[in-house]
Design a protein around this ligand. Sequence first.
Ligand code: IVH
Length: 670
Amino acid sequence: MKHNEVKKYYEKKLNEFIKHNKLYFEDSLPIISDNLYDKIKQEILDLEKKYTFLKSASSPSNSLGYAPSKNFVKSRHRVRMLSLSNAFNNEDLENFEKKIFNYLNKKVDLEYSVEPKIDGISASLTYKDGLFTVGTSRGDGTTGEVITENLKTIKDIPKKITSKDFPKDIDIRGEVFITKDDFEKLKNNFANPRNAASGSLRQKNPEETKKIPLNFIAYTYGYFESDKIKKQSDFLNSLKKWGFKTNDYNKVLKTINDLEKFHKKFENDRFDLEYDVDGLVYKIDSLELQKRLGFTANSPRWAIAHKFSADSAYSQIRDISIQIGRTGALTPVARIKPVNIGGVVVSNATLHNEDEIIRKDIRLGDTVKVERAGDVIPHVILVDLKKREKKSKKFIFPKNCPSCGSETIKEFNKTTKKYDAVRRCTNEGYDCEKIAIEKIKHFISKDAMNIDGLGKKVVENFWDLNLIRFPQDIYNLDYNKISNLEGWGNLSVSNLKYSIDQSKKVSLDKFLYAIGVRHIGIENAKLLAEYVKSIKNFLGFVNKNNLNEFLNIDGIGDTQINSLKKFFENKSNYKIVEKLSSLLNISDLKLNKYGKLLNNTFMFTGKLSNMSRAEAKSLIEKNSGSVVSSVNKKLKYLIIGEKPTNRKVEQARSLGIKILSQKEWLSLLD
Ligand code: IVH
């Protein structure tokens, strides 16, 4: 067949595929048998294999090509499904424990529940009166997709539990995964076992899920009320008693040294397991301590995933290109001769920053050792100097931004009294093309506006086609034009429209994170949202040049304030935020309005006993109070610990602010 004919035939098959998807998934009115449907799908996949120029966003090779999220009802998790922070080496582990001791303000003997980290997909199962009622995927951690029927096809998931001590209302959480052996049989359709599990779980038709053998191992809970279970390890034992599968290798260990030893041993043993494990999870065993330690924005303070060490390989640097991030950071990337590292073909490796290139004297043509660990970006760890060509010259880092030509600088860090290792483009805003694209990618990302129909590649494509230049353009897309683009069918356009519409309702903290101010990450965006309460107030602070008032917020300092000022000094940034706030429905942060400390502001001075500042702050916030960082009329209570700052106490006295000892403060909380 000629090129044109192949393309025509391929498009014909794709249109059939799209039509039947719609009939099946959206209208629930299939007009062909499953067999015939599979045949069409296979034919498309075969054509793509044979003629590599064929590709389409609607192809079944693209994330299954169907099972759009719109087909699943969404449900808010009663307790968020968080991820874990990672430790890659012993130093990271030691820091993890140090942070715990700092938070608790003392050293305590810890016990850890140690659990293999299976590389699958997490799911949450709600049981009411012993019956499995609703099952959800993790989704964005706050809201998941309801996939109950698909989960019901998994044999490891009990549908009914009769044990007397099984809680009346509980979310059981665990990992859905596929074994290595089963993956072997399916490997032509999926990139790795994790994708296979994910694809299978999100099938609209549970019968399809049944075809791919999935397993479930339980490891934690979401919503659950009990004062009987005191330890994670006891919870794991109860899970087993109630009929769930738990990991046979779960154990309890005490010291960091024991953890390191076990990790080393398990790292080798894991190859004999029947499923993929990418690390070990360590959780503080005492549930009471877990409760005290609480969470940061995305992960618990009481747990960490200790990843297995990376696979590595040697390859040659063909080119060094400079990527520009959304905050203007210039990141050098080595384009290497493609090399297989632990089953994945790697052709790019990060060189981190200018200083790293200088320190390692990395040059074009060098043979380098590249390391890859799990989902972390591969990086260059050393140069094989024996293989260096005699003529090779030092790499000169560009002094101007390769995208917009602006001057680049290394900022001076007042705290460390050193220049940053990272060089940045000085263009703040949307005049630098690369920064603008990255800002838009950040805007749509999961923790920000969470527009899952609009991936990074689509942003790049739409940019090239002049469809978007600013975030607000996303809400004004010409869908007619898009449906005429190659690779876009009716189904994919309607999915895109749906996810964009869904994103219009957003909480204030997510929005403040999405606009992409440097140094305003998820955690700081939350602090700002809690303080300003509404987007109107926030813009009020900006308009009145009142940003210094945010210094009152405990956790916000000069770095964040200066960054906010710089951001809003740029008129186009201000216009974008204003425009977006009129297009979107930005809801106030849902605050706990019923806590005992509602409308009360606190400040600490001096050392607290048995508790760090961070824990004290979180305790106040859990009870609807807020913590400020300066003594002024807005402050209601000054809490004094050991060796308080006299100036603060006197200031508070003169303003008539109530002064409390730690004990008096705690008694307010009962
Ligand atoms: S605990 C807040 N335990 O790892 C607690 N997670 O990055 C979070 N995982 O999404 C989960 N084995 O998919 C936990 N024994 C285990 C786990 C485990 C695998 C996965 C899970 C989660 C991710 C965390």
